[in-house]
Write a protein that binds this ligand. Structure first.
Ligand code: ATP
Ligand code: MG
Ligand code: FE
Length: 337
């Protein structure tokens, strides 16, 4: 079954064609980063307008690259939440129009379930149950994937998402947007032990995260130095901040996996590209006898192939949507319309 999928929840205009949830036939991504960079973050209205302009071309590109025609497509998958509502509606309206005019099934997909499903593309034999650390621009979640349709949130951030913290600290250090890759790079020339930023572990027996205290500590450090007219080393700040985030993510995740006695751990979302997170989670998982999976970087940040994978599992489990499918900005994991 070949599913053409569309992802427009934020500032990537993405279209993919995926076979049986596992095989990528094409994965086209147009990133609007250049457009939003000068504002230091995504401007929702500008994102929506660019989706309108670009989406038809990206669909044509995807079909051309895979040498398929619309007649070869068996269903249309689309992200319908969470995300920017205006941006979601562009992909959703396009998907509905295609499904209706072609007489093919329409399948709504939860964006974060899609991020998790990126692991199915990377590891063709991977099957639930497994635990996933989802760390993205808007989410820091520990999700137990019991089967292809049952997602249990075991922990979540009580304030900022990990990616959000990376983006904010990058901005104050003047390293640019998006912050994650910029901090990752700067940290390679910095000392992670230079500054003792807090590791906020919250309740030991719970698996929630908190990053706003760390963010304030970094801001206070930078402002304190500025007031005393002392220079800061952005590389040291980046490295010390990154180490504080990654240590918490690794310790909480492994503790959670051990508590629920699960032996397979996946990572998902843009922050799972982070080189220190990958390195430290690999070591910790190995010590704990846990198999660790994470997708290639291109499948960690926003893309439509992950949506195509999840759409397949929704569809074969009775998850076909009708044309009343709506965009839900705050859609909860596991929600089915
Ligand atoms: P969500 O999926 O929660 O709706 P989103 O779609 O904006 O949010 P993603 O595309 O999954 O998020 O990831 C983008 C985030 O990943 C940004 O915050 C970015 O800074 C972060 N990121 C990307 N690469 C890295 C990296 N190497 N290290 C740390 N963070 C990174
Ligand atoms: Mg983006
Ligand atoms: Fe995302």
């Amino acid at each position: 079954m070949k599913i053409l999928s569309i992802e427009t929840s934020c500032d990537e205009t993405a279209v993919a064609i995926v076979e049986n949830g596992r095989k990528i036939l094409t994965n086209r991504i147009y990133s609007q980063i250049d457009i939003h960079q000068k504002y230091g973050g995504v401007v929702p209205e500008i994102a929506s307008r660019n989706h309108i302009v670009k989406l038809p071309y990206i669909i044509d590109e995807a079909l051309a690259e895979s040498q398929l025609t619309l007649a070869d497509i068996d269903a249309i998958g689309v992200t319908n939440g969470p995300g920017l509502v205006g941006a979601l509606l562009i992909g959703l309206s396009t998907a509905k129009a295609m499904a209706y005019s072609l007489g093919k099934p329409l399948i709504g997909v939860h964006h974060i379930e899609g991020h998790i499903a990126a692991n199915f593309l990377q590891y063709p034999d991977l099957e639930p149950p497994f635990l996933t650390l989802v760390v993205s621009g808007g989410h820091s979640h520990l999700v137990l994937v019991e089967d292809f349709q049952t997602f249990k949130v075991l922990g979540r951030t009580i304030d900022d998402a990990a990616g959000e913290a990376f983006d904010k600290i990058s901005r104050v250090l003047g390293l640019g947007y998006p912050g994650g890759p910029a901090i990752d790079l700067a940290a390679q020339n910095g000392n992670p032990a230079a500054i003792a930023f807090p590791r906020v572990m919250l309740d030991k027996n719970k698996f929630d995260f908190s990053f706003s205290g760390l963010k304030s500590a970094v801001l206070n450090y930078i402002n304190g130095k500025k007031m005393k007219n002392e220079a800061i080393d952005p590389n040291d700040v980046a490295a010390s901040f990154q180490m504080a985030v990654v240590e918490v993510l690794v310790r909480k995740t492994i503790a959670c996996a051990e508590k629920i006695k699960i032996k397979t751990l996946c990572m998902a979302g843009g922050v799972s590209c982070n080189s220190l997170l990958r390195k430290m989670m690999t070591v910790a998982a190995e010590e704990a006898g846990i198999t660790l999976c994470y997708p290639d970087p291109i499948l960690c940040t926003d893309n439509a192939a992950m949506i195509g994978s999840m759409a397949y599992y929704n569809y074969i489990n009775g998850g076909e949507s009708d044309l009343s499918l709506n965009g839900i900005p705050g859609m909860k994991i596991g929600y089915r319309q």
